[in-house]
Ligand binder design. Structure first.
Ligand SMILES: [Zn+2]
Length: 179
């Protein structure tokens, strides 16, 4: 098992567009398992490949399904996910991101989406999602386009966060130099 560190705001890989997954073999299964592990270890409910420094179109989601047991999750692994349709109706929810620690902000997004993706064998699926599931999927697919949730905030909110984001950026540069 490979242990991945989560890349932090300011790391250029978070802004880099991804390549599609075109090989569905054992190494993809291993990568998926490593990503699920990293997501759970960092206490996230979703993780996109660029967040572990891999510019590939791949996301994992771990939705809590039991309020009494946070470790009880439904895991999804999605290669080449793509949103096909979205509702005009939007909802506002608090969002955070493992790559932007200690910041949560309200973000407005479509309430419902229809998407397609491929599983670890390359089989294609089309599903609909709403609620927290739709929210996490949209957040993770944004990562594949180099988009971060803070990009959705109003200019005023972004200005208010500028100091915090700059500090994260500086820290990530120090970490890159140490690596
Ligand atoms: Zn994120």
């Amino acid at each position: 098992m490979k242990k991945y560190a989560v890349k932090i705001y300011g790391d250029p890989v978070l802004r880099k567009p991804v390549e599609p997954i075109d090989t569905f073999d054992e190494s993809l299964e291993e990568f998926a398992a490593d990503m699920v592990h990293a997501m759970i270890e960092h206490d996230g409910i979703g993780l996109a490949a660029p967040q572990v420094g891999v510019s590939k179109s791949f996301i994992v989601i771990g939705l809590p399904v039991n309020a009494d047991d946070p470790d009880d999750r439904k895991i999804f692994t999605m290669a080449n996910p793509e949103i096909l349709e979205e509702s005009e109706e939007t909802v506002v929810m608090d969002e955070g991101c493992l790559s932007i620690p200690d910041i949560t902000e309200e973000v407005e997004r479509p309430e419902w989406i229809k998407l397609k993706f491929q599983d670890l064998k390359g089989e294609e699926y089309e599903i609909e999602a709403d609620g927290i599931f739709a929210r996490v999927i949209q957040h993770e697919i944004d990562h594949l386009d180099g988009v971060l949730f803070v990009d959705h905030l109003s200019p005023l909110k972004r200005t208010l966060l500028r100091g915090k984001l700059k500090r994260l950026h500086e820290d990530s540069k120090v970490r890159a130099e140490e690596a």
